[in-house]
Ligand binder design. Structure first.
Ligand code: TYM
Length: 328
């Protein structure tokens, strides 16, 4: 059996080119080689304030966007977290072997908590749910952007602790990173591109004019060219590598080194390349969203397949942890 890959994405806000270059594009390639599960993690999306009435639409949007970007339900299991209740069951069991200190040290928790008036336990326990997502399928590889590495390290630690405390059972999941593992915000290249920061991202569904405008306004560096690149220009180069041919990237790199680069030229070529890359995704997404019943069918079908695997894991885990009365 081929090795198993698991990854997830939150159905919140707009899926953007950071998600695409850091994760989704890698998923598209992996689905040809591995047994892949890709999860719309709606339980993760409720750890901060959210609108319950819009949740279903956001799930369908995330599903459509991922499929438009190349995920294929005939190759990978594409499913919805809340349709597989074993995720929450394993979360509780893992919660009982997780130290609070490890959760409090999570950078993302600290960042997000600083923006909340009231901090709920779900926000702190979020990485345990993520560990459960991965371990439930005994996934060996987890393709993510680098902002998820600390969470993944916890999943590895929980696998080790479970194996050490009870019996050797879970493989330690390993990260798979891309060269676009950390795309920075266009308006502030010192912070990562994020769905929750307007102006920082280009959505996969962004209209052409808006893409061009955002790239035009992207922060570059005031400093001299030729030496160490500043974060703004470096980020534009990373985006160019993601969307343009290597020869074009090389030419601009040479111009930069020779102090001949005009940022307006770089931006105009980059904007064209992104428009060219995203137009088919935007169009396909719209087509898919016009048939919400088909998207739901994909999620139900994927969730059924995922649950089949998850149920076996849970039965074994319950037994290993001493819950010996079977559920009837
Ligand atoms: P989420 O929804 O924030 O992001 C989905 C994926 O996109 C990557 N990403 C980025 N990559 C490069 N540059 C960026 N600026 C950027 N922003 C986001 C993320 O690293 C991620 O791979 N907790 C996860 C979802 C999750 C998950 C899991 C992932 C839940 N369970 C199990 C892997 C395995 C999250 O919020 O991703």
């Amino acid at each position: 059996m081929s090795k198993r890959v698991f990854s997830g994405i939150q159905p919140t806000g707009s899926i953007h080119v950071g998600n695409y270059l850091g994760a989704i594009r890698n998923w598209v390639q992996l689905q040809d080689e591995y047994e892949c599960l890709f999860c719309m993690v709606d339980y993760h999306a409720i750890t901060v304030n959210y609108d319950p009435d819009g949740l279903e639409q956001r799930v369908l949007d995330a599903t459509a966007t991922n499929i438009a970007a190349g995920l294929d339900p005939d190759k990978a299991i594409i499913f919805l977290q809340s349709l597989v209740p074993e995720h929450t069951e394993l979360t509780w069991l893992l919660t009982c072997i997780t130290s609070i200190g490890a959760l409090e040290r999570m950078t993302q928790f600290k960042d997000k908590a600083a923006r909340q008036q009231q901090i709920f336990a779900g926000l702190m326990n979020y990485p345990i749910l993520m560990a459960a997502d991965i371990l439930l399928y005994k996934a060996e590889f987890v393709p993510v952007g680098d902002d998820q590495l600390q969470h993944l390290e916890l999943a590895r630690e929980l696998a080790r602790r479970f194996n050490g405390t009870f019996e050797d059972y879970f493989p330690e999941p390993k990260p798979l990173l891309t060269s676009g593992a950390r795309i920075m915000g266009l308006n502030d290249p010192t912070a990562k591109m994020s769905k929750s920061i307007e102006g920082s991202y280009i959505a996969l569904a962004e209209e052409d004019d808006s893409i061009r405008q955002k790239i035009r306004r992207a922060v570059t560096d005031p400093g001299p060219q030729g030496g160490e690149m500043g974060p703004g220009v470096r980020n534009l180069f990373t985006l160019l590598e993601g969307f343009a041919d290597e020869s074009i990237v090389e030419q601009f790199r040479r111009d930069y080194a020779d102090q001949k680069l005009r940022y307006s030229d770089l931006k105009s070529v980059l904007a064209d390349a992104i428009v060219e890359g995203l137009t088919p995704i935007r169009e396909k997404r719209a087509e898919l969203l016009a048939k919400p019943e088909d998207l739901k069918e994909i999620l139900y079908d994927g969730s059924k397949k995922a649950r089949k695997i998850a149920k076996v894991t849970m039965e074994e885990v319950r037994d290993i942890m001493g819950f010996r009365l079977p559920i009837k």
